[in-house]
Design a protein around this ligand. Sequence first.
Ligand code: ZN
Length: 318
Amino acid sequence: MLCRVSLLFILSMMLTSTIAHAEENVDNDSLEILRFKQAEAISLVPWYYYAAINQYEANIHTENDEKKDNIHIQIPEKKWYGFLPEHKPTAPEILEWFNGIGKDGDGDGIADPNNESDVLYTIGSLLTKYGQSEQDIKKALWDFYQRELSVLSIMNYAKLFQKYKQISFEQNAFPVPKTYNYSYRNTWGDARGFGGRRIHEGTDIFAGYGTPVRSTTYGVVELKGWNKYGGWRIGIRDIHNRYHYYAHLNGFAEGIEVGDIVEAGQTIGSVGSTGYGPPGTSGKFPPHLHYGMYKDNGNTEWSFDPYPYLKRWEKSDL
Ligand SMILES: [Zn+2]
């Protein structure tokens, strides 16, 4: 115990001096990453897992979250305090006795769910309990969230953060190159014929066969293959819990697979007219890209109108 406290003290001194240094070229990304690296030094869980959990939690708590550059992880009271959430004991030993997961990270003898060091230390303990491998971390996340999409999203965010050593990805691209002929209008929510009473969950961008289709964001390929309605389609999730869906493709970019990282503007396939039938069905309608956007709030996922985004990206794309 004593040993950990002094280690924490040394690390926080290190962090303070690094922050003072970094302030010369203030970069929020690296400041935030430093905080996760401090957690890594204590737990040996790589920093990008902390960053990914924090990013995921920020996405699901956006409404009542004003603290932009702090820790967004909210551990439910039932988990933090265990069997006695109504008593809110603060001593970590008592919490443990009652099966609460709350830990004291800054060595003040109190396990406080609103203290960032305590929260990060608790998350670290939670993850290391299962081991250090990717599989172990997945298992720990599953036990904590009990939801496949939450685990998948966090693992994919971690992948992106690890690869680029950054946690902000604000770059976007229009899905077809502006040098090609294309046209689109706002048809989100329109009724459509095939497949019963479904509304049109996306924007159709009409373009010639073979026109490149590009990822609008940085993200990870979550799905690829055939669907009766969408034909050949690919789905990519970005770090804001948004799923980008590209359908009716002629084909996919060579070598692109589920789990791959893609960059904004990267070609992922080409425009076609596949769908509305068994695998390989094509030509039942004019070639176009169906582009849909979905948002996940940690419980459910819903479609929202991509048209305003397309307009913005079309303008800002070079
Ligand atoms: Zn469509």
